[in-house]
Design a protein around this ligand. Sequence first.
Ligand SMILES: Nc1ncnc2c1ncn2[C@@H]1O[C@H](COP(=O)(O)OP(=O)(O)OP(=O)(O)O)[C@@H](O)[C@H]1O
Length: 255
Amino acid sequence: MIKIVDAYLNFGSTHALANVNLTIDAGEQIALIGPSGSGKSSLLKVLATEHSLNQGEYVYDDTTPANLPARKLQQFRSNIAYIPQDLALIPNLKVSQNVLLGKIGKSHLPATLKDLIFPAAHKIKSVHSILDEVGIKEKIFHRTDSLSGGQQQRVAIARALYQQASSILADEPVSAVDPSRAHSLLSCLTTLSKKHKLTLISSLHNLDYAREFFPRLIGMRAGRIVFDGSPDDFSDDEFRKLYKLSSSHTSDTIE
Ligand SMILES: Nc1ncnc2c1ncn2[C@@H]1O[C@H](COP(=O)(O)OP(=O)(O)OP(=O)(O)O)[C@@H](O)[C@H]1O
């Protein structure tokens, strides 16, 4: 279970997060929605321990990461797969090597380097089967920068699955792809995270996809949570409140 209590994250005088309170059960699938600059990435970065809160508390399965020494924090992080907006893939490595890097936090550096250069057959088999699940197994030995943006997003998802974490945090995972690929990529991400019993928290700009694929939506505005509920409860009023639009706008009128 993830718990955030009275959380603030500040950059100078900007509250990237303000008075955020949140409880997320293991296995939930959540879309973070809201206008640009509303705090979605900031919340994901706090959950991924890329940022520390200025005030408040973040607890993950009874662990408070802010209290962990560096070595334990690395162990903690290895249990959370974070897919940043820029994917953080290494372009000149093979797809298989980028996926193998998913476990970098779970072993010592020499072992990881050995895996990259001389991967054991069973590890390649496991990478191959995950790449099959995300639909790009034929790319396993291709250089990552020879893949399209959407294929690279699949590599990042495969790396997250290979990590065998308990949660996946994805920041705009379909930003770089056309609508039909975005649909199939989100379908892949939500189906696989459900199959592997992972908690999935993803920021999304496309409201239709958020409604279609995620049973819980969290709407953010100016660093605060202003909506938390099911897609069925996300009325046109809630939509206008979130995006501060006039009454002529409905959720069908954007994206
Ligand atoms: N490293 C940083 N330094 C200074 N200000 C930051 C930093 N990161 C975020 N902010 C500010 O915090 C606020 C929230 O930003 P955040 O990136 O979390 O929004 P977002 O909802 O993810 O936006 P987008 O949808 O455009 O990715 C914004 O005002 C942003 O300018």
